[in-house]
Design a protein around this ligand. Sequence first.
Ligand SMILES: [Fe+2]
Length: 252
Amino acid sequence: MIETRCRIDGCPVPIALLADTHDTDPAPILASLRSHAPTLITLAGDFVRGRKPRPGDSIDKSRNALALLAGCAALAPTFLSVGNHDAYLTQADFDAVRATGVKLLDNAFLPFDAGGRRLIVGGLSSGYHTAYRRCGATERDVRSPDPETAWLAGYAAAEGYHILLMHHPEYIRLVPPSVELVLSGHAHGGQWRFYDLRTKAWRGVYAPDQGLFPPLTGGVVDGRLVISQGLSNPAGLPRLHNDTEIVYIDGG
Ligand SMILES: [Fe+2]
């Protein structure tokens, strides 16, 4: 696991971005968070176990995940959004998640005052969660379903600095331009990373919902989209030139 630092102009507070933790051992993550002491901790989805989740699985099967969430909430205000692996969690599971002290944002937003600013923290849930809730569709039934976006206009209009947790980076096309900072994961860095001599940048080979040679797998895009390469390896294939990472975001 590496600790990646990045700077986002205008970001009012130091933020830690975790993504795709997939029920991994919380100890090294919590040790890193303890030493960096960010003002805000964010988890951009896929916190339940990594193997293909199924309807009926409960959060009780993800004990590391609950320990991680409780550990984060004990360190700093912690916000969480819903990824595709979290799609089948029930309201009772969400209640158990909220009991850890984290703020779970399921197509919702909350104001939060920090760093002398009003932050407006939102969470855009995976479209797989939306599809499952609407009609019971699972990842086997539907490919890349659209997320619920009706609430985004009201979110973007709220006064303050907007931080949007959004598991799927490919949803960036749906995010109003006035949202200053968007935090994502899901792409796992593209699983295998290579240095592209043409663009002189590292890029990934494959990402779910983006396909081969995906454009959005890591780093900072357009000065506002930060993509974590994730903190676990649920794919069952080795990661190549692709460390798991915690991203620490500083303002400027
Ligand atoms: Fe994901």
